[in-house]
Design a protein around this ligand. Sequence first.
Ligand code: AMP
Ligand code: GLY
Length: 426
Amino acid sequence: MYTVLVIGAGGREHTIAWIISRSKSLKKLYCMPGNPGTSSVSENVSINISDHDEVIKFCKEKSIDLIVIGPEQPLVDGLSDLLRKSGFKVFGPDSDAAMIEASKSFAKDIMFKAGVPTAGYKEFDSGQFEAASDYLKTVNYPVVIKADGLAAGKGVIICEKFEQAGEALIQIFVDRVFGESGSKLIIEDFLVGEEASIFAVTDGKDFLLLPSSQDHKRIGDGDTGKNTGGMGAYSPAPIVNAEILNIVAEKIIKPTLNQLKIEGKNFIGCLYAGLMIKDNNVNVVEFNCRFGDPETQAVLPLIDGDFLKLLYSAASGKLDKSSVSFSSAASVCVVAASEGYPDVYRKGIEITGIENITEDIVIFHAGTKQIGAQIFTDGGRVLGVTAISEVGDLKAAKKKAYSAISKIHFDGIYYRKDIADKALEH
Ligand code: AMP
Ligand code: GLY
């Protein structure tokens, strides 16, 4: 029986806490800092997660058996390293392995050395403005320019023409719109196809692929408008068939973990592969060093068994894949956002109707705040409403999710109406 701490405060962390709270091997669950959703399945702890000394002190006081770190920033900042050095078991990579998300050029280098299929690229640092500009005169368009470092999902610019690419270069190298994250950039070939996400839970060597999923990154229906953190997801993604799953396991995850190991970087946690798929050809668009948000809200509800045991075994260096199994269910998660997101939006608006939802729906809190018994909006992405069809009927899951979300109200509520439509076309 384990005492567990989940670190983070978003919809992903609510989902992780929710599934751990159902695990047979759980003794006690804390969430730091958590949100009003996690408080219904765990005890929230109001410690600032960037105060690493305080986090370690808490873990010692409560004899925490496993720490699950949700977001990328604490991983990149080295929270796992510190906790491991203090003797704790952690699900989440050390900072040197988290580089696979924190540096695009590092990730590309690993992929090329390991022979993992990905778009061709060249990298430039801010001293090489002229060379980058000359290179852009020789490439095919569209071309993709990516700031090297973390940029909250905004560091990727798809350029249709040379003029636009030149502007992107100025924004990144001269105007420094991504700050230090743009002190280096990569120029990458444009890939065509359909995107999907796969999570590999790993102890650094062995791994288990969780059900596939697909995110909806744009704000508007039909994939229009600005990029967001993700407006909804469904799982599994029919485009990820058995052949593709096999390629992901053998040609992507296995060689990547192996290459990381060769370079002395042991990746323990969730290796997230963002894929571009066309005619059974797969390329890696990006790796992340943690579970995706909102894909997690769609994927984890499809997992039976003891998810905590799976994470604990990974963190212990001996993955026990038999801890879990996957049901043949399908899920759809629709994100309710604040009007104006991903630009400016208001906060502190009362949310009503959550209590009316009684069907087999799970409401994951992402950006909410509780005052007394009332729940208020507190972010751009507010709630993730996940519906499940036990018989694997995505259409039925979609219908249930939209029926549920229509009962939730707050001033300025916005959500996409077409989550999962791409899957239904297949
Ligand atoms: P990333 O942060 O690397 O996942 O990129 C964000 C989004 O930009 C991806 O989800 C894709 O939709 C798009 N993207 C990134 N790289 C490429 C590429 N090489 N070709 C086409 N689209 C891309
Ligand atoms: N849903 C995309 C991400 O988590 O990065």
